[in-house]
Design a protein around this ligand. Sequence first.
Ligand SMILES: Nc1ncnc2c1ncn2[C@@H]1O[C@H](COP(=O)(O)OP(=O)(O)OP(=O)(O)O)[C@@H](O)[C@H]1O
Ligand SMILES: [Mg+2]
Length: 244
Amino acid sequence: MAADPSGTPVLALRDVHAGYQDVEILRGIDLDVRRGETVCVIGANGAGKSTLLKTVFGMVGTRSGSIRVDGVEVSRDSTRARLARGVVLVPQGRCNFPRMSVEENLRMGGYTLPRSAVAAGIDRAYQTFPVLGERRGQAAGNLSGGEQQLLEMAMALMLDPKVVLIDEPSLGLSPRMRHRVFAALHTLAGQQVGVLLVEQNAVQALTVADRGLVVELGRVARSGTGPGMLDDPEVRRAYLGLPA
Ligand SMILES: Nc1ncnc2c1ncn2[C@@H]1O[C@H](COP(=O)(O)OP(=O)(O)OP(=O)(O)O)[C@@H](O)[C@H]1O
Ligand SMILES: [Mg+2]
């Protein structure tokens, strides 16, 4: 993908600690995501992958360390302020407004934007995901699971983000729909967006990702290019369920 290896990372975490009550889950996370780059986070259940995305978005507080978006420190900012900086979280699961049409959902995604920007955002969404344009008048709840996942992504894109955080986008989808969701992620990265992706379908995710990270005991225990991770015997054995 068209990642710019020399530029300032669009997202940079340094020694980030976060957790819940008296439990520390993230214990010094370091990572960079550059424009146009897709970075895939893998790790065991309960390793803290969702917590990582929530911490970047501000739903879980940062206890110490630094989170920068395009060079600007955001770790003390509200979720709303981070949204304004261009960080969006694509939540797991089905769409939030099932009775509203696809187009109304997209408007909801852009509710903080001026009217002209909403129109432009909807046009962009239909260009990126033509299937949503074909279904624009249909109730979102009648879309297939995979199409609803595309709608969630499109809603996040209404805000013209710099950083997209996506938690388990292919969960519960058929192989065909999974393929479509991964193709959509590829499109996002092509638009110079930095994508931080958490995915159970690690093999497929690492195939499309530029880089992969393994989170273990609250830290990045291993990292490499997507293909490099797929070839790493230790990663294959411990995380991918593949022969080493
Ligand atoms: N709101 C919360 N309050 C307290 N503990 C929590 C909360 N959310 C998550 N945890 C705990 O934090 C740890 C990390 O959870 P997290 O959801 O980040 O894991 P994960 O890597 O996303 O796992 P999975 O692969 O199962 O989705 C788990 O032990 C979980 O029980
Ligand atoms: Mg999770």
